[in-house]
Design a protein around this ligand. Structure first.
Ligand code: C2E
Ligand code: CA
Ligand code: CA
Ligand code: CA
Length: 280
């Protein structure tokens, strides 16, 4: 081991060991979580400028029996590293489509409604992903036109050709594709214009400081212009108040998601919102 002195060595090793132990414990807990049904989904409405609901984003939740609620940012990364995202992501898609099928049956989906599901790059790249996707659609009987996959920019830069083939196959099924956290990665116009993408989602890190940060405003304006040139839809996430929404409307943004409209809510609460179709 490297040493700048004994203290460094002693400090370094136990902390690495601790980290490894924590990861192992978390990995075991995630396995159990899947077996014991500790995951559930919340749904966050997406709205147009009239506050009418145009879609919902499915977001995973984990209620651990002892640790309590564990936010997805604290475990999704590990599920990607360990490969657990494959069964967990499959569960998420199955669950979201089961809910969508129910809302369809109850005639609660407004026209052009879409259920957005987050798909990590690891999942998208998995050889069985397309089979799994069509299995879930067939099993649940959802209208694929009402399904949208939120992908991240990391997909756009590697294996371009393979990615495009896959995206085309998904679009051919009727499913829409949205690029999540847009602006935080490295995708260039050159990649983007070759991809069959329906929508760009402006990351909340730009949206939240829109009123005060000139750079974030410039980036947001550029993304909106870019989407319009590429004939893609645009949605802003992380909209927390009226002033930000007003500015986004002036910049040409048509769709919105954020605490200003609704937090992510349970399926039951979301059903109630869908009955009204418009947020207060
Ligand atoms: P994301 O896909 O960017 O999802 C948006 C996150 O922003 C959600 O956090 C949501 O609750 C939060 N949010 C929504 N509106 C606002 C707002 O107005 N202000 C603020 N400050 N936050 C807002 P959440 O649910 O904790 O999820 C965090 C991340 O975990 C997600 O970011 C996504 O990357 C990942 N994730 C969640 N569910 C899934 C899933 O089912 N599959 C995969 N692969 N990733 C997931
Ligand atoms: Ca998302
Ligand atoms: Ca985001
Ligand atoms: Ca994300």
């Amino acid at each position: 081991a490297k040493s700048n002195g004994k203290n460094t060595f002693h400090f370094y090793r136990p902390s690495m060991q601790l980290l490894a132990d924590q990861h192992l414990a978390m990995e075991r807990a995630l396995h159990t979580a899947l077996e014991h049904n500790e995951f559930y989904l919340h749904y966050q409405p997406q709205v147009d400028h009239n506050f009418s609901i145009i879609g919902t984003e499915a977001l995973i939740r984990w209620q651990h029996p002892e640790q309590g609620f564990v936010p997805p940012d604290q475990f999704i990364g590990l599920t990607e590293e360990t490969g657990l995202i494959i069964p967990i992501g499959c569960w998420v898609l199955q669950q979201a489509c089961t809910q969508l099928a129910q809302w369809q049956e109850q005639k609660l989906c407004p026209p052009h409604f879409r259920m957005a599901v987050n798909i990590s790059a690891k999942q998208f790249d998995h050889p069985q992903f397309l089979n799994m996707l069509s299995d879930v659609i067939n099993r649940t009987g959802v209208d694929p036109n009402k399904l949208e996959l939120e992908l991240t920019e990391s997909l756009l830069v590697k294996n371009m050709d393979a990615t495009i083939i896959r995206m085309d196959a998904i679009r051919a099924m009727g499913i829409a594709l949205s690029i999540d956290d847009f602006g935080t990665g490295y995708s260039s116009l050159k990649y983007l214009k070759q991809m069959p993408i329906n929508q760009l989602k402006i990351d909340k890190s730009f949206v939240m400081d829109l009123l005060t940060d000139a750079n974030d405003r410039a980036i947001t304006e550029t993304i909106i212009a870019m989407a319009s040139h590429l004939q893609m839809d645009i949605i802003a996430e992380g909209v927390e108040d009226a002033a930000i929404m007003d500015l986004l409307v002036r910049l040409g943004c048509k769709h919105f998601q954020g605490y200003y409209f609704s937090r992510p809510v349970s399926a039951e609460n979301c059903s109630q919102l869908l009955q009204v179709q418009k947020l207060p």
